[in-house]
Design a protein around this ligand. Structure first.
Ligand code: ADP
Ligand code: MG
Length: 271
């Protein structure tokens, strides 16, 4: 009896703690290996609702694998993923809409369809989901393209667009359904500094306007910290640091500065 009361009050406290923190996405003990390569070895992460959380870490460490596990493109070996308190496996069996959560994934390589115009690529998620009328889809796509300064490129094919423009088309497609959770895998890689800033600003701006929760992977340090509420450092299969960017610990900084120096070195040797 006493024990039951204790358990009850514990749950009660936990419930209010969660409400206050508004944990939207909860990851516990996530594991994923490929052969002998243990990529994720027990990842724990809490992502607050309507926050921007950025995953940082060396190249090849498992950042994309983590996002793909969340997006159901890879099946984890072990662990739990909860969206709004619901195990993600359950929400997969039913439709995402039934589970009340919609999410988008922006691929590292854009993954645009080459045979479709920019406008048709952006429209695709609405067409596929759709109960929407054509005219309504057209209006929403036009509005999104205008936001991303892509109006003049609406009828062009991906092959006719610059790298930066393709990135923005992919971003427009990820945002067109007004998703609650958006996973961005290196949204600014390959962009010039001005466009980089534009994309980060846009993510922050849209987050504010639509209230979505953003989980990013980025190498653009420290620029990405400007829009990040929390930073998660993935190393050796686990999250070794989690907190606001201003509190990034020395271990993470020294590991990353080594990595960034290498990246810079690589860039210099290319010039
Ligand atoms: N589908 C796959 N099959 C086998 N190995 C994979 C697969 N996807 C990723 N890996 C391996 O997992 C590790 C992490 O990759 P990735 O998540 O892409 O790294 P990054 O942190 O650069 O995004 C790498 O060693 C990569 O080779
Ligand atoms: Mg990657």
């Amino acid at each position: 009896m006493v024990q039951r009361q204790r358990a009850g009050s514990g749950l009660f406290n936990h419930f209010f703690f969660d409400l206050m923190d508004e944990v939207f996405l909860k990851i516990r003990g996530l594991k994923k290996h490929f052969g002998s390569n243990r990529v994720l070895d027990g990842v724990d992460l809490d992502v607050a609702r309507a926050s921007v959380t950025t995953i940082i870490g060396k190249s090849g460490i498992g950042k994309s694998v983590l996002l793909k596990c969340l997006a159901n493109l890879l099946t984890p070996d072990a662990g739990a993923i909860e969206l709004e308190g619901q195990p993600i496996a359950k929400s997969r069996q039913s439709s995402d809409r039934e589970a009340g959560v919609s999410f988008s994934y922006m691929f590292q390589n854009n993954a645009l369809f080459d045979s479709m115009t920019a406008a048709d690529n952006v429209a695709l998620p609405l067409v596929e989901a759709s109960k929407m009328k054509r005219a309504e889809i057209r209006d929403q796509v036009a509005e999104m393209l205008a936001h991303l300064e892509l109006t003049d490129s609406a009828q062009r094919y991906p092959g006719e667009l610059s790298g930066g423009m393709k990135k923005r088309v992919a971003l427009a497609r990820a945002l067109i359904t007004k998703p609650q959770l958006v996973l961005f895998d290196e949204p600014t890689t390959g962009l010039d500094p001005e466009r980089k800033f534009g994309v980060f600003e846009m993510i922050a701006d849209y987050r504010e306007r639509f209230g979505f929760t953003a989980l990013l992977v980025s190498h653009d340090i420290p620029e990405v910290f400007e829009i990040s509420d929390k930073v998660a450092w993935l190393d050796e299969g686990i999250i070794k640091f989690f907190g606001p960017p201003s509190e990034l610990n020395e271990d993470a900084e020294s590991a990353l500065s080594g990595f960034l120096n290498k990246a810079n070195y690589g860039r210099k040797s290319n010039v």
